[in-house]
Design a protein around this ligand. Structure first.
Ligand code: ADP
Ligand code: MG
Ligand code: MG
Length: 209
């Protein structure tokens, strides 16, 4: 079951992924932004690890709320408030439940995505992290409905869809964020926020495996 131990492991593996892919995310942001995405995310998630150690959360929702607050204060730029809102909305959607069922996880992902959209006003195809999150939400909902109640199936479906969604940003022309300043020249590069989103959703699988 997806309980608080899973949630803490997810955030720990997310922090590891941000550290491991720091340079790659910096390079993606160098091509179409200002080269700081890997550094922002690595710094933010290391701070999340510190907070988790300082004040161990009692529920998955509490773990995500702590993550939201930390990312908002430590990440900065466009991604800080966007990820902060995503984790805050996901936390609110989970409430104080001790365990997350498949449908609740799909609902939390949808709440996170809706928060990103409410904050950043990007639509699908604008070459942002929304292009990773929306396919993940759709795949998770479908897997939760079709599935046999196996939560791992839902986590895997979301991660795979987010990864495909990130790859699909390559040919897109950016219409939101810094990359949009480049216009047509933003095409041919992967969106860094979509790439980091896919890494975070992949870490959710690792935490449950
Ligand atoms: P900054 O652009 O301020 O340097 P980051 O480099 O940390 O911030 O994050 C850039 C990422 O933020 C982009 O790759 C994109 O995925 C995401 N992003 C930027 N603006 C928006 C927006 N309006 N809606 C959704 N995502 C956005
Ligand atoms: Mg940047
Ligand atoms: Mg910046």
């Amino acid at each position: 079951a997806l309980d608080v131990t899973w949630a803490v492991k997810w955030l720990t593996l997310s922090a590891q992924a941000m550290a491991e892919h720091r340079v790659e995310l910096i390079e993606l942001d160098r091509a179409i932004g200002d080269s700081d995405h890997g550094e922002n995310m690595d710094r933010g998630f290391q701070a999340v690890l510190d907070k988790l150690a300082e004040a161990p959360p009692q529920t998955p929702g509490a773990a995500l709320k702590l993550t939201a607050m930390t990312l908002m204060s430590k990440v900065g730029g466009a991604a800080g408030p966007l990820y902060g809102t995503a984790f805050l909305r996901a936390a609110a959607s989970l409430g104080d439940a001790a365990e997350i069922e498949p449908a609740a996880w799909a609902g939390a992902l949808a709440a996170a995505r809706d928060g990103i959209v409410a904050r950043g006003k990007a639509e699908s195809g604008d070459k942002t992290m929304v292009d990773a999150w929306t396919p993940a939400v759709d795949a998770a909902r479908k897997a939760a409905l079709d599935g046999n109640g196996d939560v791992l199936t839902v986590l895997v479906a979301a991660a795979e869809a987010a990864e495909a969604g990130a790859v699909a940003t390559d040919p897109m022309v950016a219409r939101k964020g810094r990359a949009s300043y480049l216009g047509e020249r933003s095409a041919g590069h992967r969106d860094p926020g979509a790439a980091s989103s896919a890494l975070i959703l992949r870490a959710a699988v690792g935490a449950a495996a």
